[in-house]
Write a protein of this length. Structure first.
Length: 144
């Protein structure tokens, strides 16, 4: 008679371990991808929050100056460019800078508004030229 060879239990345990390790590695890879994506989203959220904060401050200065860009420039402690545009540069930590390659740039440019309103376009772009924020800001002209 022939004897049948029985599979050993250690072989089955080894296969189970290989499958378990494979599933664990797959789950770990997916989790790492999600963690990296969440870190990127968190950074983008911080940048957008700071952009909104700085833009809101600049918009309030524009409104307080009744739409006068020269007065807005004085309030923001900067100067008006020859093109009639107000530009503020920021480093990566959102500190005002005069550097050549700012990480963020906030620009206020007057547009043609209604008779009783002065309007300006407020734009925040990052160092790569991607627009983070675009607002149209209106200010009432001085009413006596």
């Amino acid at each position: 008679m022939e004897e049948r060879v029985r599979p050993s239990r250690s072989g089955l345990i080894a296969i189970e371990l290989v499958i378990a390790v494979g599933v664990f590695a797959l789950c770990a890879a997916v989790s790492m991808g999600l963690f990296v994506r969440s870190e990127i989203m968190s950074r983008e959220s911080v940048e957008l929050t700071r952009a909104v904060s700085e833009a809101r401050s600049a918009a309030e200065c524009y409104k307080a100056a009744d739409g006068d860009l020269e007065e807005t420039a004085r309030l923001l402690e900067t100067s008006l460019s020859e093109a009639g545009r107000l530009t503020l540069a920021y480093d990566k930590d959102w500190t005002r800078t005069e550097g050549q390659d700012p990480a963020f740039t906030l620009t206020i440019q007057e547009t043609a508004g209604q008779a009783e309103l002065k309007e300006a376009e407020l734009t925040v772009i990052d160092g790569e030229g991607e627009e983070l924020l675009f607002w149209t800001v209106a200010a009432m002209e001085g009413v006596s």
